[in-house]
Design a protein around this ligand. Structure first.
Ligand SMILES: Cc1cc2nc3c(=O)[nH]c(=O)nc-3n(C[C@H](O)[C@H](O)[C@H](O)COP(=O)(O)O)c2cc1C
Length: 442
């Protein structure tokens, strides 16, 4: 299978400016100025069916077409490099291995949206990827690819690199904008959407690192070619981050729409120690879980949505039969309770309550009404808040007990507890060592 972005993921190599140019790098950025006007470029990206790869899967070209021009205000481009969704670790590969690819994608997006100042918001913990990216920005300035009259054309583009401070909520686009403006990362009510009122009150395009990194390929090889690589209305490939209990975890670049079964059993080598598959989180922790019987599905935005889950950020977490789904949910909800920004009561209180209930259950003190209570709390968490963090928490909260109800019931009835599932514990009559499961990966 042909590799696009991931052809640059070679061992410990980071492609500097010379190496990138030797491979044809910045060819697309040079080409756009002669081949397209801004509108024509947006049409080309629309034709490619490129979807936003940060989580929501919104069609990229369409998003750009919402940006009002001639408002008298500047239009900004903001790159979301916060990569906070658990199970997702692809953007750091791009920042580290091939930072110039992102810069080239940014030049293309900037030109399409008449942007002259762009910001990159990088996850605080990504120290080395940040250094590599900042070096690449400095090198691009030095060679005249950023700054005034880039590539000798009448076009200016500045890039500012900004480091986050480790909050999941600052990956949410409006929380990110607040943080970039120097405030607490509290998400904003939408509408107005950032395309219309974004950074410093100006129209703003926000895209994920990977989304923008596909643009040079689309320009070089054509929108139709890119669209055909994927499935209907889901153009191209994406970087799937496969983790958990597979034999070969890693970042795999595969066409959108690829079968999940194929991804797990052929590409990622199958389940470790040839155990049984139990469940899969198909698109980052906030995606509804799929049971082992649901893996004959195409991994694209539309097919996963139709199955009640989501393609999200491309984080595929594979769980084998050793995992306790009750404990997995407890660990998952601990994350959301910790990361809720606290602005909206359903999210602030809801995530805290469910985490407390799940902690009680996994402490061996579950009550028979707990499963009902979890579902009840879940029913007011989704769709009632400023941002989608609570919706993201509601997806696992609803789907784990729905798909593994008997396991939740047995856990409570038998008063099991997670202390009994520390490494080294063997459940009576079973070959399966407890504690190797979810704690090791979440
Ligand atoms: C709680 C929350 C966290 C998010 N974290 C990220 C993130 O770390 N990186 C990202 O690209 N998008 C993240 N998103 C999605 C962004 O809000 C936004 O949709 C995305 O950056 C748009 O870029 P795209 O269209 O290229 O995907 C998050 C959304 C939510 C609700």
């Amino acid at each position: 299978m042909e590799k696009l972005i991931s052809k640059y993921f070679v061992g410990g190599e980071s492609f500097g400016l010379d190496a990138y140019e030797k491979d044809g790098g910045y060819g697309a950025a040079r080409l756009i100025f002669d081949k397209f006007d801004a509108k024509g470029l947006i049409e080309e990206v629309k034709k490619s069916n490129l979807r936003g790869l940060g989580g929501a899967g919104f069609p990229t070209g369409m998003k750009w077409s919402f940006v009002p021009q001639n408002t008298g205000k500047p239009v900004y481009l903001v790159v979301n490099a916060d990569e906070g969704e658990p199970g997702t670790f692809k953007d750091k590969y791009i920042l580290w291995h091939v930072p110039h690819l992102l810069i080239e994608g940014m030049i293309i997006a900037a030109y399409a949206n008449n942007v002259h100042k762009a910001y990159v918001y990088i996850r605080g913990e990504y120290t080395e990827p940040y250094r590599k990216f900042q070096q690449a920005v400095d090198d691009a300035y030095a060679r005249g690819y950023l700054g005034k009259n880039i590539f000798g054309k009448k076009y200016d583009l500045e890039i500012v690199v900004h480091r986050g401070a480790g909050a999941y909520i600052c990956g949410e686009e409006t929380g990110l904008l607040e943080s970039l403006e120097g405030k607490k990362g509290f998400p904003r009510l939408k509408p107005p959407f950032p395309a219309v009122v974004g950074l410093f009150g100006c129209p703003t395009v926000i895209n994920n690192v990977e989304t923008l990194s596909y643009l040079p390929f689309i320009i070089n090889r054509g929108a139709e070619w890119f669209a055909k690589l994927g499935s209907e209305k889901n153009g191209g490939m994406r970087l799937f981050c496969v983790s958990g209990h597979v034999k070969k975890p890693g970042v795999y670049e595969l066409p959108l729409g690829i079968s999940l079964r194929k991804m797990i059993y052929e590409i990622a080598g199958g389940i470790r120690e040839d155990r049984k598959l139990k469940a899969v989180v198909p698109g980052g922790l906030s995606a509804a879980i799929l049971s082992a019987g649901e893996i004959d599905i195409g991994m694209d935005f539309d097919q996963l949505k139709a199955a009640g889950s989501m393609a999200g950020s491309g984080g595929v977490i594979v769980l084998d039969e050793t995992v306790s789904m009750v404990e997995a949910l407890m660990v998952t909800m601990r994350f959301y309770a910790h990361e809720s920004c606290g602005q909206c009561s359903p999210c602030r209180e809801g995530t805290g309550w469910v985490y407390k209930i799940l902690s009680r259950i996994t402490g061996g003190h579950g009550r028979s009404e707990d499963i009902h209570n979890l579902a009840d709390i879940c029913s007011f968490m989704g769709g009632t808040t400023i941002c989608a963090l609570a919706d993201g928490a509601a997806m696992p909260l609803r789907s784990y007990p729905q798909k593994f109800r008997s396991e939740f019931e047995a856990y409570i009835r038998e008063k099991r507890s997670s202390e009994a599932q520390q490494p080294g514990y063997e459940s009576a009559g079973s070959e399966i060592k407890r504690g190797e499961g979810v704690g090791a990966i979440l």
